[in-house]
Design a protein around this ligand. Structure first.
Ligand SMILES: Cc1cc2nc3c(=O)[nH]c(=O)nc-3n(C[C@H](O)[C@H](O)[C@H](O)COP(=O)(O)OP(=O)(O)OC[C@H]3O[C@@H](n4cnc5c(N)ncnc54)[C@H](O)[C@@H]3O)c2cc1C
Length: 375
């Protein structure tokens, strides 16, 4: 079996693997191994592609803030056009969940309380009883995920990285201070491997004899609806119920509506559960004044969470040269620039930029789950 050697092998070419490769290739020989025919086939290619600052826990918000400035000012060579397109995001609450808006407002950043009338002026299709209170994040933005992902892969390649698709890693062993990986067609060795396998992060760790971090893939579905008659919805902000029971992202000529489902599943090529989708669309239909009469398409993807809903980034404490880059949950695109930068400095031993506080570093460290060094 042909054998290749690298300084760093990254398992998975989604946004996590691509971002790290772009930031670390050059001085080091990097090989990215991707199981599928094309990178981005799983979660990265199935996201809603939005950046919302007031989403997720404190660490997620800090990583999103750092990422936003990267996305607004990408390095030369990444992309020639804007990666962010400001759209706004409206959080709504019916009478029975106004407390959730109050809680959101307490920890908010760039979030303005708006009246029910103002909310309805933004989204005229909202039924009056669906909006008792609301809050608006004006800076929430669409992310050009394909441009970011492809741009990073291109940057990585220009710095000498190699991307090998249809290369599912099937065995991982460590001998003579080197990781030995095998796919169906090739063998690879490297002193450092990066687990950027998304929903498969725990199975990849187990394959390497490393203690899993407890990452659980959760399915999330999206339906495509036609633009409702009599409305020009493409200028609407993203809008959704503050307690995350549905959300809607308007796009030119269509609406993306998600039931905001979070059902734990095995790692897989995710597919929509029609019943879950129907229930979610029913919740959406109760909030707007038009019927959901036709579904033009749908898809599902996996959002993979660590037990504390915070990414797992850093060297495993129980195995030399095994680096975790997983558990990005529902925020893996909007936090990818910051997470990639952090992963690169942690692997190379460089000093993290001052924007990465010690709290952030501690909160993402795999040490919080995996203490015993058994390797
Ligand atoms: C419906 C939906 C909406 C979302 N909306 C947003 C959003 O608006 N904003 C946001 O920031 N985030 C969003 N997310 C989350 C975001 O998509 C993920 O956090 C992110 O894509 C995770 O990237 P990843 O590279 O870790 O995983 P993936 O993109 O899944 O990449 C992992 C790769 O590893 C490969 N792999 C696995 N095992 C092996 C192996 N043994 N050998 C080789 N390769 C392997 C897989 O084939 C896969 O390509 C959403 C997710 C979903 C599903």
């Amino acid at each position: 079996m042909p054998k290749q050697h690298a300084d760093i092998i990254i398992i998975g070419a989604g946004i996590a693997g691509a971002g790290l490769a772009a930031m670390i290739a050059g001085d080091r020989k990097v090989i990215i191994l991707e199981a599928e025919d094309h990178p981005g086939y799983h979660s990265t290619g199935r996201s809603a592609a939005v950046l919302i600052q007031n989403y997720g826990n404190t660490t997620i918000r800090a990583l999103t803030r750092i990422s936003r400035s990267y996305l607004e000012h990408p390095p030369e060579g990444l992309n020639s056009h804007a990666l962010l397109h400001t759209r706004g995001c409206l959080f709504t609450a019916a009478e029975n969940n106004c407390d959730d808006i109050k809680t959101l407002m307490q920890q908010a950043e760039g979030l303005t309380a708006v009246t029910a009338e103002e909310a309805q002026a933004m989204i005229p299709a909202l039924k009056p009883d669906a909006v008792h209170m609301a809050a608006y994040e004006a800076a929430a933005a669409d992310i050009d995920v394909a441009a970011l992902h492809q741009g990073w892969l291109r940057m990585a390649k220009m710095s000498g990285a190699e991307l090998n698709v249809r290369e599912r890693v099937k065995t991982i062993k460590r001998t003579h201070n080197l990781w030995q990986l095998e796919t169906d067609r090739h063998a690879y060795t490297a002193p450092v491997i990066v687990n950027a396998a998304g929903a498969w992060a725990d199975p990849v760790a187990r394959m390497a004899g490393v203690k899993p971090a407890g990452i659980v893939p959760k399915r999330r579905s999206i339906a495509i609806l036609p633009e409702p008659a009599h409305y020009h919805a493409s200028d609407w902000p993203i809008f959704g119920n503050v307690n995350d029971t549905w959300y809607c992202k308007p796009e030119t000529g269509r609406l993306l509506v998600s039931p905001a489902d979070e059902d734990p599943v095995e790692p897989m090529d995710a597919y929509v559960d029609d019943l879950v989708l129907a229930e979610g669309l029913h919740r959406f239909e109760q909030a707007v004044d038009f019927p959901v009469s036709r579904i033009e398409g749908s898809w599902a993807g996996l959002r993979s969470f660590a037990p504390d809903n915070t990414p797992v980034v850093g060297f495993a404490p129980d195995a030399d040269g095994f680096f975790w880059l997983a558990g990005q949950g529902g925020y893996g695109i909007q936090t990818a620039p910051a997470i990639s930068q952090l992963a690169a400095v942690l692997i190379t031993g460089a000093r993290p930029a001052s924007s990465f506080s010690s709290d952030i570093l501690a909160s993402i460290s795999p040490n919080r789950f995996i203490e015993n060094r058994t390797y």
